[in-house]
Design a protein around this ligand. Structure first.
Ligand code: OXD
Ligand code: MN
Length: 621
Protein backbone atom coordinates (compact mmCIF):
# COMPACT_ATOMS: atom_id res chain seq x y z
CA UNK A 1 0.00 0.00 0.00
CA UNK A 2 1.29 3.47 -0.81
CA UNK A 3 1.21 6.07 1.92
CA UNK A 4 -0.83 9.08 0.99
CA UNK A 5 -0.02 12.58 2.14
CA UNK A 6 -2.64 14.11 4.47
CA UNK A 7 -3.16 16.82 1.82
CA UNK A 8 -4.64 14.21 -0.52
CA UNK A 9 -7.22 13.19 2.07
CA UNK A 10 -7.97 16.86 2.73
CA UNK A 11 -8.49 17.55 -0.95
CA UNK A 12 -10.90 14.63 -1.31
CA UNK A 13 -12.76 15.26 1.92
CA UNK A 14 -13.28 18.96 1.20
CA UNK A 15 -14.66 18.48 -2.34
CA UNK A 16 -18.30 19.44 -2.83
CA UNK A 17 -20.63 16.66 -3.88
CA UNK A 18 -20.68 15.73 -7.54
CA UNK A 19 -17.26 17.16 -8.48
CA UNK A 20 -16.23 15.40 -11.69
CA UNK A 21 -13.49 12.82 -11.40
CA UNK A 22 -11.06 14.69 -13.69
CA UNK A 23 -11.32 17.87 -11.63
CA UNK A 24 -11.01 15.99 -8.36
CA UNK A 25 -8.01 14.01 -9.60
CA UNK A 26 -6.30 17.23 -10.70
CA UNK A 27 -6.95 19.00 -7.37
CA UNK A 28 -5.76 15.93 -5.46
CA UNK A 29 -2.60 15.86 -7.58
CA UNK A 30 -1.83 19.52 -6.87
CA UNK A 31 -2.48 18.99 -3.15
CA UNK A 32 -0.13 16.03 -3.15
CA UNK A 33 2.56 18.09 -4.86
CA UNK A 34 2.21 21.28 -2.84
CA UNK A 35 1.22 19.83 0.57
CA UNK A 36 -1.21 22.43 1.97
CA UNK A 37 -2.46 22.25 5.57
CA UNK A 38 -6.05 22.85 4.46
CA UNK A 39 -8.05 22.67 1.24
CA UNK A 40 -11.05 24.91 0.68
CA UNK A 41 -13.37 24.88 -2.36
CA UNK A 42 -14.69 28.41 -2.63
CA UNK A 43 -18.37 29.14 -3.25
CA UNK A 44 -18.16 32.84 -4.11
CA UNK A 45 -20.63 33.89 -1.39
CA UNK A 46 -20.71 37.18 0.49
CA UNK A 47 -20.16 35.24 3.72
CA UNK A 48 -16.99 33.77 2.27
CA UNK A 49 -15.76 37.23 1.16
CA UNK A 50 -16.49 38.63 4.63
CA UNK A 51 -14.59 35.79 6.29
CA UNK A 52 -11.56 35.91 3.96
CA UNK A 53 -11.22 39.68 4.08
CA UNK A 54 -11.56 39.67 7.90
CA UNK A 55 -8.88 36.99 8.13
CA UNK A 56 -6.61 39.06 5.90
CA UNK A 57 -7.19 42.16 8.04
CA UNK A 58 -6.28 40.05 11.06
CA UNK A 59 -3.10 38.72 9.41
CA UNK A 60 -2.00 42.16 8.21
CA UNK A 61 -2.42 41.49 4.47
CA UNK A 62 -5.31 43.98 4.22
CA UNK A 63 -6.19 47.25 5.88
CA UNK A 64 -9.93 47.75 6.25
CA UNK A 65 -10.82 51.23 4.98
CA UNK A 66 -13.07 53.65 6.82
CA UNK A 67 -16.56 52.11 6.53
CA UNK A 68 -18.20 55.55 6.28
CA UNK A 69 -16.05 56.66 3.39
CA UNK A 70 -15.31 53.46 1.48
CA UNK A 71 -17.61 50.66 2.70
CA UNK A 72 -16.48 47.06 2.32
CA UNK A 73 -13.16 48.16 0.82
CA UNK A 74 -9.59 47.23 1.64
CA UNK A 75 -6.01 48.21 0.96
CA UNK A 76 -3.18 45.74 0.31
CA UNK A 77 0.50 46.64 0.23
CA UNK A 78 2.74 44.35 -1.76
CA UNK A 79 6.46 43.89 -1.43
CA UNK A 80 8.44 46.34 -3.59
CA UNK A 81 9.78 43.33 -5.49
CA UNK A 82 6.27 42.22 -6.51
CA UNK A 83 4.48 45.18 -8.06
CA UNK A 84 3.76 44.30 -11.70
CA UNK A 85 3.56 41.63 -14.37
CA UNK A 86 7.00 40.15 -14.94
CA UNK A 87 7.33 39.62 -18.66
CA UNK A 88 10.90 38.36 -18.32
CA UNK A 89 9.59 35.41 -16.26
CA UNK A 90 6.53 34.74 -18.46
CA UNK A 91 6.84 31.70 -20.72
CA UNK A 92 4.95 30.09 -23.56
CA UNK A 93 5.81 26.38 -23.35
CA UNK A 94 4.70 25.14 -26.76
CA UNK A 95 6.03 21.85 -28.12
CA UNK A 96 7.87 23.71 -30.90
CA UNK A 97 9.86 26.87 -30.24
CA UNK A 98 8.67 28.47 -33.46
CA UNK A 99 5.09 28.29 -32.17
CA UNK A 100 5.97 30.70 -29.37
CA UNK A 101 7.69 32.98 -31.87
CA UNK A 102 10.36 35.66 -31.44
CA UNK A 103 8.27 37.92 -29.20
CA UNK A 104 7.64 35.37 -26.42
CA UNK A 105 9.97 33.63 -23.99
CA UNK A 106 9.85 29.98 -24.93
CA UNK A 107 10.62 27.00 -22.72
CA UNK A 108 10.46 23.32 -23.55
CA UNK A 109 7.24 22.02 -21.94
CA UNK A 110 8.75 18.84 -20.46
CA UNK A 111 11.74 20.72 -19.04
CA UNK A 112 9.50 23.47 -17.64
CA UNK A 113 7.18 20.90 -16.04
CA UNK A 114 10.22 19.38 -14.36
CA UNK A 115 11.26 22.81 -13.04
CA UNK A 116 7.72 23.51 -11.87
CA UNK A 117 7.48 20.16 -10.10
CA UNK A 118 10.60 21.22 -8.22
CA UNK A 119 9.45 24.68 -7.16
CA UNK A 120 5.85 23.66 -6.43
CA UNK A 121 6.92 20.68 -4.25
CA UNK A 122 5.79 21.58 -0.74
CA UNK A 123 5.12 25.18 -1.85
CA UNK A 124 1.81 25.42 0.04
CA UNK A 125 3.00 23.72 3.24
CA UNK A 126 1.24 25.23 6.24
CA UNK A 127 -1.16 27.21 4.04
CA UNK A 128 -4.74 26.85 2.84
CA UNK A 129 -5.11 25.80 -0.77
CA UNK A 130 -8.20 27.40 -2.28
CA UNK A 131 -9.94 25.79 -5.24
CA UNK A 132 -11.54 28.56 -7.29
CA UNK A 133 -13.93 27.58 -10.11
CA UNK A 134 -14.63 30.56 -12.36
CA UNK A 135 -16.28 31.58 -15.60
CA UNK A 136 -14.75 34.02 -18.06
CA UNK A 137 -17.83 35.64 -19.52
CA UNK A 138 -21.44 35.41 -18.39
CA UNK A 139 -22.26 32.05 -16.80
CA UNK A 140 -23.30 29.52 -19.40
CA UNK A 141 -22.86 31.93 -22.33
CA UNK A 142 -21.93 30.53 -25.74
CA UNK A 143 -18.77 32.62 -25.93
CA UNK A 144 -17.86 32.14 -22.24
CA UNK A 145 -15.35 29.61 -20.92
CA UNK A 146 -14.60 28.02 -17.56
CA UNK A 147 -11.49 27.58 -15.49
CA UNK A 148 -10.36 26.45 -12.07
CA UNK A 149 -7.57 28.26 -10.28
CA UNK A 150 -5.93 26.57 -7.35
CA UNK A 151 -4.14 29.16 -5.22
CA UNK A 152 -2.64 29.56 -1.77
CA UNK A 153 -3.42 33.29 -1.71
CA UNK A 154 -6.68 34.51 -0.13
CA UNK A 155 -5.91 37.92 -1.71
CA UNK A 156 -6.12 36.22 -5.11
CA UNK A 157 -9.43 34.58 -4.15
CA UNK A 158 -10.89 37.96 -3.16
CA UNK A 159 -9.69 39.57 -6.41
CA UNK A 160 -11.02 36.67 -8.48
CA UNK A 161 -14.44 37.18 -6.88
CA UNK A 162 -14.51 40.68 -8.36
CA UNK A 163 -12.78 39.95 -11.67
CA UNK A 164 -14.63 36.75 -12.66
CA UNK A 165 -17.91 34.91 -12.04
CA UNK A 166 -16.47 32.73 -9.32
CA UNK A 167 -17.72 29.90 -7.12
CA UNK A 168 -20.62 27.44 -7.05
CA UNK A 169 -22.41 28.48 -10.27
CA UNK A 170 -19.17 28.03 -12.24
CA UNK A 171 -18.54 24.68 -10.55
CA UNK A 172 -22.07 23.59 -11.46
CA UNK A 173 -21.29 24.19 -15.14
CA UNK A 174 -18.11 22.14 -14.80
CA UNK A 175 -20.16 19.39 -13.17
CA UNK A 176 -22.33 19.53 -16.27
CA UNK A 177 -19.34 18.44 -18.33
CA UNK A 178 -18.18 21.78 -19.75
CA UNK A 179 -14.56 22.29 -20.81
CA UNK A 180 -12.38 24.01 -18.20
CA UNK A 181 -8.81 25.27 -18.05
CA UNK A 182 -6.65 24.23 -15.07
CA UNK A 183 -4.60 27.05 -13.52
CA UNK A 184 -2.20 26.52 -10.62
CA UNK A 185 -0.92 29.39 -8.54
CA UNK A 186 1.33 29.58 -5.52
CA UNK A 187 2.96 32.60 -3.96
CA UNK A 188 5.94 30.31 -3.30
CA UNK A 189 6.26 31.04 0.41
CA UNK A 190 5.56 27.86 2.40
CA UNK A 191 5.17 28.19 6.15
CA UNK A 192 6.96 24.91 6.78
CA UNK A 193 10.26 24.23 5.05
CA UNK A 194 11.65 20.94 3.75
CA UNK A 195 13.33 20.29 7.13
CA UNK A 196 10.02 20.69 8.93
CA UNK A 197 10.85 24.11 10.43
CA UNK A 198 7.88 26.45 10.80
CA UNK A 199 8.11 30.04 9.57
CA UNK A 200 5.81 32.94 10.46
CA UNK A 201 3.62 34.30 7.70
CA UNK A 202 4.20 37.80 6.29
CA UNK A 203 1.64 40.32 4.99
CA UNK A 204 2.69 39.86 1.35
CA UNK A 205 4.17 36.41 0.81
CA UNK A 206 5.95 35.84 -2.50
CA UNK A 207 9.19 34.40 -3.84
CA UNK A 208 12.17 36.02 -5.52
CA UNK A 209 11.99 33.18 -8.04
CA UNK A 210 9.02 33.61 -10.39
CA UNK A 211 7.51 31.55 -13.22
CA UNK A 212 4.38 32.53 -15.13
CA UNK A 213 4.00 29.65 -17.54
CA UNK A 214 1.51 28.65 -20.21
CA UNK A 215 1.15 25.31 -21.97
CA UNK A 216 -0.85 26.11 -25.11
CA UNK A 217 -1.27 22.55 -26.38
CA UNK A 218 -2.61 21.20 -23.07
CA UNK A 219 -4.33 24.54 -22.20
CA UNK A 220 -2.69 24.74 -18.76
CA UNK A 221 -1.41 27.63 -16.65
CA UNK A 222 1.15 27.35 -13.84
CA UNK A 223 2.21 30.47 -11.97
CA UNK A 224 4.71 30.56 -9.14
CA UNK A 225 6.24 33.19 -6.92
CA UNK A 226 4.13 36.34 -7.40
CA UNK A 227 0.90 37.45 -5.75
CA UNK A 228 0.36 40.46 -7.99
CA UNK A 229 -2.18 41.21 -10.72
CA UNK A 230 -1.78 39.45 -14.02
CA UNK A 231 0.83 37.10 -12.55
CA UNK A 232 -1.65 35.73 -10.04
CA UNK A 233 -5.23 36.46 -11.16
CA UNK A 234 -4.93 33.76 -13.77
CA UNK A 235 -8.30 34.36 -15.45
CA UNK A 236 -7.07 37.64 -16.89
CA UNK A 237 -3.94 37.83 -19.05
CA UNK A 238 -2.93 34.16 -18.65
CA UNK A 239 -6.27 32.61 -19.57
CA UNK A 240 -8.39 35.26 -21.30
CA UNK A 241 -5.50 36.29 -23.57
CA UNK A 242 -2.57 33.86 -23.75
CA UNK A 243 -4.41 30.53 -23.54
CA UNK A 244 -7.65 31.85 -25.07
CA UNK A 245 -5.80 33.26 -28.10
CA UNK A 246 -4.61 29.72 -28.87
CA UNK A 247 -8.06 28.20 -28.32
CA UNK A 248 -9.55 30.98 -30.47
CA UNK A 249 -7.10 30.23 -33.29
CA UNK A 250 -8.02 26.55 -33.16
CA UNK A 251 -11.77 27.20 -32.94
CA UNK A 252 -12.05 30.16 -35.32
CA UNK A 253 -12.77 33.07 -32.98
CA UNK A 254 -10.74 35.92 -31.45
CA UNK A 255 -9.37 36.64 -27.96
CA UNK A 256 -8.23 40.26 -27.95
CA UNK A 257 -6.66 42.83 -25.64
CA UNK A 258 -9.49 45.26 -26.39
CA UNK A 259 -11.95 47.48 -24.59
CA UNK A 260 -15.59 47.42 -25.71
CA UNK A 261 -17.67 50.62 -25.93
CA UNK A 262 -21.34 51.16 -26.66
CA UNK A 263 -22.32 54.40 -28.38
CA UNK A 264 -25.92 55.45 -28.71
CA UNK A 265 -26.99 58.20 -31.06
CA UNK A 266 -29.48 60.10 -28.91
CA UNK A 267 -31.26 61.50 -31.96
CA UNK A 268 -31.96 58.20 -33.72
CA UNK A 269 -31.76 55.91 -30.71
CA UNK A 270 -29.43 53.63 -32.67
CA UNK A 271 -26.60 51.93 -30.82
CA UNK A 272 -23.17 50.96 -32.09
CA UNK A 273 -20.37 48.97 -30.52
CA UNK A 274 -16.68 49.56 -30.94
CA UNK A 275 -13.69 47.57 -29.69
CA UNK A 276 -10.22 49.02 -29.30
CA UNK A 277 -6.72 47.66 -28.80
CA UNK A 278 -4.44 50.02 -26.92
CA UNK A 279 -1.03 49.23 -25.44
CA UNK A 280 -0.68 49.51 -21.64
CA UNK A 281 -0.52 53.13 -20.44
CA UNK A 282 -2.36 54.73 -23.35
CA UNK A 283 -5.48 55.76 -21.43
CA UNK A 284 -7.49 52.65 -22.23
CA UNK A 285 -9.51 52.74 -19.01
CA UNK A 286 -10.25 56.43 -19.59
CA UNK A 287 -11.56 55.64 -23.07
CA UNK A 288 -13.64 52.74 -21.75
CA UNK A 289 -15.35 55.23 -19.41
CA UNK A 290 -15.38 58.19 -21.76
CA UNK A 291 -17.70 61.12 -21.10
CA UNK A 292 -18.41 62.77 -24.47
CA UNK A 293 -17.81 66.50 -24.76
CA UNK A 294 -20.08 66.75 -27.80
CA UNK A 295 -23.85 66.63 -27.80
CA UNK A 296 -25.89 63.76 -29.12
CA UNK A 297 -24.01 60.69 -27.92
CA UNK A 298 -24.41 58.45 -24.93
CA UNK A 299 -21.22 56.46 -24.38
CA UNK A 300 -21.32 53.37 -22.19
CA UNK A 301 -18.89 50.70 -21.05
CA UNK A 302 -19.05 47.03 -21.97
CA UNK A 303 -15.43 46.15 -21.16
CA UNK A 304 -12.19 47.93 -20.30
CA UNK A 305 -9.47 45.42 -21.19
CA UNK A 306 -10.35 42.18 -22.98
CA UNK A 307 -12.81 41.17 -25.71
CA UNK A 308 -13.69 37.68 -26.90
CA UNK A 309 -15.27 37.86 -30.35
CA UNK A 310 -17.10 35.31 -32.47
CA UNK A 311 -19.04 35.41 -35.71
CA UNK A 312 -22.76 35.28 -34.99
CA UNK A 313 -25.51 33.50 -36.92
CA UNK A 314 -26.18 36.70 -38.88
CA UNK A 315 -22.54 36.76 -40.04
CA UNK A 316 -21.51 39.73 -37.90
CA UNK A 317 -18.80 39.77 -35.25
CA UNK A 318 -20.05 39.66 -31.63
CA UNK A 319 -17.98 40.50 -28.55
CA UNK A 320 -18.23 39.74 -24.87
CA UNK A 321 -16.20 41.12 -22.01
CA UNK A 322 -14.93 37.93 -20.37
CA UNK A 323 -14.22 39.77 -17.12
CA UNK A 324 -16.56 40.91 -14.35
CA UNK A 325 -14.37 43.66 -12.91
CA UNK A 326 -11.81 46.33 -13.67
CA UNK A 327 -8.20 45.96 -12.56
CA UNK A 328 -7.28 49.54 -13.27
CA UNK A 329 -4.19 51.66 -12.69
CA UNK A 330 -4.99 54.14 -9.91
CA UNK A 331 -2.49 57.03 -10.38
CA UNK A 332 -3.79 59.55 -12.89
CA UNK A 333 -7.39 58.50 -12.28
CA UNK A 334 -9.19 61.54 -10.94
CA UNK A 335 -12.28 63.73 -11.24
CA UNK A 336 -10.88 65.61 -14.21
CA UNK A 337 -9.44 62.61 -16.11
CA UNK A 338 -11.94 59.87 -15.36
CA UNK A 339 -14.89 60.88 -13.17
CA UNK A 340 -16.68 57.63 -14.02
CA UNK A 341 -13.87 55.56 -12.51
CA UNK A 342 -13.88 57.74 -9.40
CA UNK A 343 -17.62 57.16 -9.05
CA UNK A 344 -17.13 53.42 -9.57
CA UNK A 345 -14.71 53.15 -6.69
CA UNK A 346 -17.09 54.09 -3.89
CA UNK A 347 -17.48 50.68 -2.23
CA UNK A 348 -16.57 46.97 -2.49
CA UNK A 349 -13.09 47.76 -3.79
CA UNK A 350 -9.71 46.16 -3.27
CA UNK A 351 -6.93 48.71 -3.58
CA UNK A 352 -3.32 47.62 -3.94
CA UNK A 353 -0.27 49.83 -3.36
CA UNK A 354 -2.04 53.17 -3.09
CA UNK A 355 -1.64 55.54 -0.13
CA UNK A 356 -3.76 55.56 3.03
CA UNK A 357 -5.20 58.81 4.38
CA UNK A 358 -5.16 59.63 8.08
CA UNK A 359 -8.90 59.01 8.25
CA UNK A 360 -8.67 55.56 6.76
CA UNK A 361 -9.44 56.31 3.11
CA UNK A 362 -7.22 56.02 0.03
CA UNK A 363 -5.41 58.55 -2.12
CA UNK A 364 -3.11 58.42 -5.12
CA UNK A 365 -1.40 60.93 -7.38
CA UNK A 366 -3.91 63.15 -9.21
CA UNK A 367 -6.99 61.67 -7.51
CA UNK A 368 -7.52 65.25 -6.36
CA UNK A 369 -5.69 68.37 -7.49
CA UNK A 370 -4.20 68.88 -4.08
CA UNK A 371 -2.53 66.11 -2.14
CA UNK A 372 -3.60 65.62 1.50
CA UNK A 373 -1.20 67.15 4.01
CA UNK A 374 -0.27 63.73 5.36
CA UNK A 375 -0.55 60.16 4.14
CA UNK A 376 0.86 56.72 4.75
CA UNK A 377 2.51 55.77 1.47
CA UNK A 378 2.20 52.46 -0.36
CA UNK A 379 5.13 51.06 1.59
CA UNK A 380 3.62 52.01 4.93
CA UNK A 381 5.83 55.08 5.53
CA UNK A 382 4.74 58.53 6.59
CA UNK A 383 4.34 60.80 3.55
CA UNK A 384 3.78 64.53 2.97
CA UNK A 385 3.54 66.53 -0.27
CA UNK A 386 7.23 67.38 0.27
CA UNK A 387 8.23 63.74 0.11
CA UNK A 388 10.38 62.92 -2.87
CA UNK A 389 8.73 59.69 -4.03
CA UNK A 390 5.09 59.46 -5.03
CA UNK A 391 2.70 58.26 -2.34
CA UNK A 392 1.37 55.44 -4.52
CA UNK A 393 3.23 53.01 -6.71
CA UNK A 394 2.90 53.99 -10.42
CA UNK A 395 1.33 50.56 -11.08
CA UNK A 396 -0.95 50.65 -8.03
CA UNK A 397 -4.38 49.29 -8.78
CA UNK A 398 -8.05 49.17 -7.94
CA UNK A 399 -10.05 45.98 -8.36
CA UNK A 400 -13.65 47.07 -8.89
CA UNK A 401 -16.89 45.30 -9.84
CA UNK A 402 -17.74 46.37 -13.42
CA UNK A 403 -21.43 46.45 -12.55
CA UNK A 404 -20.72 49.42 -10.26
CA UNK A 405 -19.59 51.69 -13.09
CA UNK A 406 -22.20 54.40 -13.67
CA UNK A 407 -21.58 53.98 -17.40
CA UNK A 408 -21.98 50.21 -17.53
CA UNK A 409 -24.10 49.32 -20.58
CA UNK A 410 -27.32 47.39 -20.15
CA UNK A 411 -26.09 44.75 -22.62
CA UNK A 412 -22.67 44.27 -21.01
CA UNK A 413 -23.58 40.79 -19.79
CA UNK A 414 -25.49 39.66 -22.86
CA UNK A 415 -24.20 36.09 -23.23
CA UNK A 416 -24.52 36.37 -27.02
CA UNK A 417 -22.24 39.42 -27.02
CA UNK A 418 -22.69 42.78 -28.71
CA UNK A 419 -22.36 43.27 -32.51
CA UNK A 420 -19.17 45.13 -33.39
CA UNK A 421 -19.28 48.02 -35.89
CA UNK A 422 -15.68 49.22 -35.72
CA UNK A 423 -12.30 48.19 -34.36
CA UNK A 424 -9.72 50.75 -33.23
CA UNK A 425 -5.96 50.44 -32.94
CA UNK A 426 -4.16 53.09 -30.94
CA UNK A 427 -0.57 53.59 -29.97
CA UNK A 428 1.11 56.48 -28.23
CA UNK A 429 2.68 58.26 -31.17
CA UNK A 430 4.42 61.59 -30.73
CA UNK A 431 4.84 62.00 -34.48
CA UNK A 432 3.67 60.78 -37.90
CA UNK A 433 0.40 59.03 -37.04
CA UNK A 434 -2.67 61.22 -37.59
CA UNK A 435 -5.55 61.53 -35.12
CA UNK A 436 -7.64 59.02 -37.06
CA UNK A 437 -7.38 57.08 -40.30
CA UNK A 438 -9.71 54.42 -41.68
CA UNK A 439 -8.22 51.24 -43.12
CA UNK A 440 -8.85 50.75 -46.84
CA UNK A 441 -9.97 47.20 -46.14
CA UNK A 442 -9.59 44.40 -43.56
CA UNK A 443 -6.09 43.46 -44.75
CA UNK A 444 -4.97 47.04 -44.40
CA UNK A 445 -6.53 47.04 -40.92
CA UNK A 446 -4.51 43.94 -40.02
CA UNK A 447 -1.39 45.81 -41.17
CA UNK A 448 -2.36 48.75 -38.94
CA UNK A 449 -2.77 46.34 -36.00
CA UNK A 450 0.46 44.50 -36.74
CA UNK A 451 2.46 47.74 -36.76
CA UNK A 452 1.00 49.47 -33.65
CA UNK A 453 3.81 51.28 -31.88
CA UNK A 454 4.51 53.78 -29.17
CA UNK A 455 7.06 56.53 -29.49
CA UNK A 456 7.75 58.93 -26.66
CA UNK A 457 9.51 61.78 -28.39
CA UNK A 458 8.79 63.43 -31.67
CA UNK A 459 11.61 62.89 -34.12
CA UNK A 460 13.24 65.45 -36.37
CA UNK A 461 11.42 66.46 -39.52
CA UNK A 462 11.22 63.67 -42.09
CA UNK A 463 12.32 60.93 -39.71
CA UNK A 464 10.74 58.71 -37.13
CA UNK A 465 11.48 58.45 -33.39
CA UNK A 466 12.41 55.20 -31.64
CA UNK A 467 9.39 52.93 -31.97
CA UNK A 468 8.37 50.38 -29.39
CA UNK A 469 6.13 48.02 -31.32
CA UNK A 470 3.15 46.46 -29.65
CA UNK A 471 1.26 44.61 -32.40
CA UNK A 472 -2.48 44.53 -31.67
CA UNK A 473 -1.45 45.60 -28.11
CA UNK A 474 -0.85 41.85 -27.73
CA UNK A 475 2.95 41.75 -27.51
CA UNK A 476 3.07 40.27 -23.98
CA UNK A 477 -0.27 38.49 -24.31
CA UNK A 478 -0.29 36.41 -27.51
CA UNK A 479 -0.05 32.72 -26.67
CA UNK A 480 1.49 31.75 -30.00
CA UNK A 481 3.65 33.07 -32.82
CA UNK A 482 2.69 36.70 -33.44
CA UNK A 483 2.96 36.34 -37.22
CA UNK A 484 0.65 33.29 -37.15
CA UNK A 485 -1.75 35.41 -35.13
CA UNK A 486 -1.79 37.97 -37.97
CA UNK A 487 -2.58 35.05 -40.26
CA UNK A 488 -5.49 34.16 -38.01
CA UNK A 489 -6.80 37.72 -38.24
CA UNK A 490 -6.60 37.50 -42.03
CA UNK A 491 -8.59 34.25 -42.01
CA UNK A 492 -11.20 35.83 -39.73
CA UNK A 493 -11.49 38.68 -42.24
CA UNK A 494 -12.16 36.20 -45.03
CA UNK A 495 -14.80 34.49 -42.93
CA UNK A 496 -16.51 37.76 -41.98
CA UNK A 497 -16.39 39.10 -45.55
CA UNK A 498 -18.61 42.12 -45.99
CA UNK A 499 -19.87 41.77 -42.42
CA UNK A 500 -16.42 42.57 -41.06
CA UNK A 501 -16.24 45.69 -38.86
CA UNK A 502 -14.30 48.62 -40.28
CA UNK A 503 -10.86 49.21 -38.80
CA UNK A 504 -9.38 52.53 -37.65
CA UNK A 505 -6.00 53.72 -36.45
CA UNK A 506 -6.23 56.43 -33.80
CA UNK A 507 -3.60 58.49 -32.03
CA UNK A 508 -4.45 60.85 -29.17
CA UNK A 509 -0.80 61.60 -28.38
CA UNK A 510 0.71 63.61 -31.21
CA UNK A 511 3.08 66.32 -29.99
CA UNK A 512 4.13 69.66 -31.43
CA UNK A 513 7.70 70.87 -31.91
CA UNK A 514 7.78 71.95 -28.24
CA UNK A 515 6.80 68.47 -27.09
CA UNK A 516 3.26 69.53 -26.12
CA UNK A 517 0.22 67.33 -26.86
CA UNK A 518 -1.81 68.88 -29.66
CA UNK A 519 -5.09 67.01 -29.14
CA UNK A 520 -6.93 67.43 -25.81
CA UNK A 521 -7.86 63.72 -25.59
CA UNK A 522 -10.12 62.30 -22.85
CA UNK A 523 -13.78 63.30 -23.44
CA UNK A 524 -12.83 65.06 -26.66
CA UNK A 525 -11.99 61.70 -28.18
CA UNK A 526 -15.77 61.44 -28.58
CA UNK A 527 -15.29 63.74 -31.61
CA UNK A 528 -13.25 61.02 -33.28
CA UNK A 529 -15.73 58.30 -32.31
CA UNK A 530 -18.53 60.45 -33.72
CA UNK A 531 -16.73 60.61 -37.09
CA UNK A 532 -16.05 56.88 -37.05
CA UNK A 533 -19.70 56.04 -36.43
CA UNK A 534 -20.83 58.45 -39.12
CA UNK A 535 -18.41 56.73 -41.51
CA UNK A 536 -19.65 53.30 -40.51
CA UNK A 537 -23.23 54.35 -41.07
CA UNK A 538 -22.39 55.84 -44.47
CA UNK A 539 -23.16 59.45 -43.55
CA UNK A 540 -19.84 61.02 -44.50
CA UNK A 541 -17.18 60.67 -47.17
CA UNK A 542 -13.48 60.56 -46.43
CA UNK A 543 -10.26 61.61 -48.10
CA UNK A 544 -7.75 59.01 -49.24
CA UNK A 545 -4.39 59.47 -47.52
CA UNK A 546 -1.07 57.71 -47.22
CA UNK A 547 -1.98 55.89 -44.01
CA UNK A 548 -5.70 55.51 -44.69
CA UNK A 549 -8.89 57.47 -45.23
CA UNK A 550 -9.09 60.64 -43.19
CA UNK A 551 -11.93 63.01 -42.28
CA UNK A 552 -12.76 65.96 -44.49
CA UNK A 553 -12.11 69.02 -42.32
CA UNK A 554 -15.81 69.93 -42.15
CA UNK A 555 -16.85 66.46 -40.97
CA UNK A 556 -15.03 66.44 -37.65
CA UNK A 557 -17.29 67.94 -35.00
CA UNK A 558 -15.11 70.53 -33.28
CA UNK A 559 -17.92 72.53 -31.68
CA UNK A 560 -16.74 74.25 -28.53
CA UNK A 561 -13.15 73.19 -28.98
CA UNK A 562 -10.53 75.89 -29.07
CA UNK A 563 -8.15 74.39 -31.60
CA UNK A 564 -6.27 76.60 -34.06
CA UNK A 565 -6.66 75.48 -37.71
CA UNK A 566 -2.89 75.11 -38.07
CA UNK A 567 -2.80 72.80 -35.03
CA UNK A 568 -5.58 70.68 -36.51
CA UNK A 569 -3.68 70.50 -39.75
CA UNK A 570 -0.58 69.36 -37.89
CA UNK A 571 -2.55 66.68 -36.03
CA UNK A 572 -3.53 65.20 -39.39
CA UNK A 573 -0.27 65.88 -41.22
CA UNK A 574 1.17 62.80 -42.91
CA UNK A 575 4.66 63.60 -44.14
CA UNK A 576 5.75 61.36 -47.04
CA UNK A 577 9.45 61.53 -46.13
CA UNK A 578 8.77 60.57 -42.51
CA UNK A 579 6.54 57.76 -43.72
CA UNK A 580 9.28 56.53 -46.04
CA UNK A 581 11.49 56.29 -42.94
CA UNK A 582 8.67 54.66 -41.00
CA UNK A 583 8.10 52.05 -43.70
CA UNK A 584 11.82 51.17 -43.62
CA UNK A 585 11.52 50.76 -39.85
CA UNK A 586 8.47 48.55 -40.39
CA UNK A 587 10.32 46.38 -42.87
CA UNK A 588 13.16 45.89 -40.36
CA UNK A 589 10.65 45.09 -37.61
CA UNK A 590 8.89 42.46 -39.76
CA UNK A 591 12.21 40.72 -40.42
CA UNK A 592 12.26 39.11 -36.98
CA UNK A 593 9.23 37.01 -38.00
CA UNK A 594 11.01 35.73 -41.13
CA UNK A 595 8.90 33.80 -43.60
CA UNK A 596 6.04 33.50 -41.14
CA UNK A 597 4.96 37.04 -42.06
CA UNK A 598 1.77 36.57 -44.10
CA UNK A 599 2.12 37.63 -47.74
CA UNK A 600 -0.82 39.99 -47.22
CA UNK A 601 1.10 41.92 -44.56
CA UNK A 602 4.14 42.30 -46.80
CA UNK A 603 1.82 43.30 -49.60
CA UNK A 604 0.31 46.02 -47.39
CA UNK A 605 3.78 47.41 -46.75
CA UNK A 606 4.36 47.51 -50.52
CA UNK A 607 1.08 49.37 -51.01
CA UNK A 608 1.94 51.84 -48.29
CA UNK A 609 5.21 52.53 -50.11
CA UNK A 610 3.35 53.01 -53.36
CA UNK A 611 1.10 55.61 -51.70
CA UNK A 612 4.18 57.34 -50.24
CA UNK A 613 5.91 57.35 -53.65
CA UNK A 614 2.80 58.73 -55.32
CA UNK A 615 2.59 61.53 -52.74
CA UNK A 616 6.29 62.30 -53.14
CA UNK A 617 5.80 62.38 -56.91
CA UNK A 618 2.91 64.79 -56.51
CA UNK A 619 4.92 67.12 -54.30
CA UNK A 620 7.96 66.84 -56.59
CA UNK A 621 10.20 65.39 -53.85
C1 OXD B 1 -3.12 45.63 -17.90
C2 OXD B 1 -2.08 45.69 -18.93
O1 OXD B 1 -2.78 45.60 -16.71
O2 OXD B 1 -2.44 45.67 -20.10
O3 OXD B 1 -4.30 45.58 -18.26
O4 OXD B 1 -0.89 45.75 -18.60
MN1 MN C 1 -4.52 45.26 -20.33
Amino acid sequence: MTTQSPAVDLARASAPEGVPEDLLAWVVGIAELTGPAKVEWVDGSQEEWDRLTSEMVESGTLVRLNEDRRPNSFLARSLPSDVARVESRTYICSEREEDAGPTNNWADPAAMKETLRGVFAGAMAGRTMYVVPFSMGPLGGDISKLGVEVTDSPYVVANMRIMTRMGTPALDLIKGGEFWVPAVHSVGYPLIDAEGNEWPDVPWPCSEDKYITHFPETREIWSYGSGYGGNALLGKKCYALRIASVIARDEGWMAEHMLILKLTNERTGRSYHVTGAFPSATGKTNLAMLQPTIEGWKVETVGDDIAWMRQGADGRLYAINPEAGFFGVAPGTGRSTNPVAVDTLTENILFTNVALTDDGDVWWERLTDEAPAHLTDWQGNSWTPDSEAPSSHPNSRFTAPAAQAPTIADDWEDPAGVPIDAILFGGRRASNVPLVAEAYDWEHGVFMGATVASEQTAAAEGTVGALRRDPFAMLPFCGYNMADYWGHWLRMGEKLGENAPRIYQVNWFRKDADGKYMWPGFGDNSRVLDWIIRRVSGEVDAVDGITGRMPRAADLDLTGLDLAPEVLEEIFRVDPAAWAAESDATEAYLEQFGDKVPAEVRDQLARLRERIAAAQGRSGE
